[in-house]
Design a protein around this ligand. Sequence first.
Ligand SMILES: [Zn+2]
Length: 464
Amino acid sequence: MPKLIPLLFFQLIFISCSSQKHADLILTNVSIVDVENGEIIKNQLVAISGDKILATDDASDLGNYHSEQIISLNGKFVMPGLWDNHIHFRGGEELIEANQNLLPLLLRFGITSVRDGGGDITPAIYEWNNRIQKDELVGPRIFTPGPKLDGSRPAWEGSISVTNKEEAVEALDSLESIDADFVKIYDGNLTKEAFYQIIEEAESRGLKTTGHMPLSADLMEAVELGLDGTEHLYYPLKEASPIADSLTEAGTGYGMITPLMKSYDHELALESYQILGDRDFYVTPTLHVGKTLAELLIADHSKDSLLNYISPEITETYQRRLNSAKRGGDSYTQTRSLWVTSFSNMVKPMYDSGINILAGSDSGPFNSFTYPGQSLHKELELLVNAGLTPQEALITSVMNGPKFFGLDNLYGSIEPGKIADLLILESNPLEDITNTSSIYNVVADGKWYSEKALNDLMNSIKNN
Ligand SMILES: [Zn+2]
């Protein structure tokens, strides 16, 4: 309610001047989705100027505004553009163009911001971001950590090796020199000592840290040193088992995951989730990629329509996960299925403990059949299946995404001063989360993408 006061005040001045407020684009007769409060505000207009939202108002006050471009949307739902908080652009120089072709696909699915998981084509990502800003290229805004930080034998190409304090300092100097948005840590063979050194050094520089964690390390100690988040649920899982310490001492690596799940202690879990929640910690569950990988040997993807929009150079990378699934056979499927259920069960108590859950798809090269764009909608669905309300699931994407970067003043709601990244839907996403797929149009950075424009984007990346 207090929000109405400045608005009314403004209108009074406005009428007394008898001049209209100019906007570049006005969407009128819309229902605004207020994600924070879980409410729909009907019969509204959204006025956009440049890349920002200029005003929201009752549609009946359209006469107070002037614009060359007024679009009446007949009650359609306007929500903030989606954030996919864990995707990948990677695969080396030869895959740069194939990765670039994922950008229109993301926008087509209403994703206007992504958090990249770090990789080996950093200069290309910076170039895309520049060109997107200048309207020379169409795609979401990309937040990137640049290269991942890993041990002496990194799991992924392009990572920076850190084995001691000195190398942690050098690695962070180099990330700061490219103005990386955050620090992504990986656990190819990173030692726990180097892991802690990276966190301490990043904390002293005010850099955000997230990623994988060496399973030899202790999550709570890392959080104490300043770790801001973790990707996937392996590491919080370690806090939920009474036998975690003995498994860690035995050095079982990822072999400890199944025993950890089988010894999961709900009370122990809640205690540690509460500590993480109190520390404003971030966790990206990536449920959809887990489910897709679990079903690799049983699902038939040959008819997936989105395969037509993924470059063959990328679909070739799908073979790596497929081969490892085939090597594992039935036991691969059984183990992964147990993981799907166990990880899903962790989400709701984490959310309720105040942990900032982040919706992230883990889509991109190598992660088989996890299609950029569509997979974020699948992730939201799985978060609801895991117990979140549709409103809470939307919070994990459009509010927690910007919050991680301290950018909640610019994103996450349809309010004056916020960036005009909007998703226009046929149906109410607060009623049914699958309605996020009922996409009518997208506004990215203040620019309107009509249905035809979105279709043209898809045709521009279609194979053959
Ligand atoms: Zn990933």
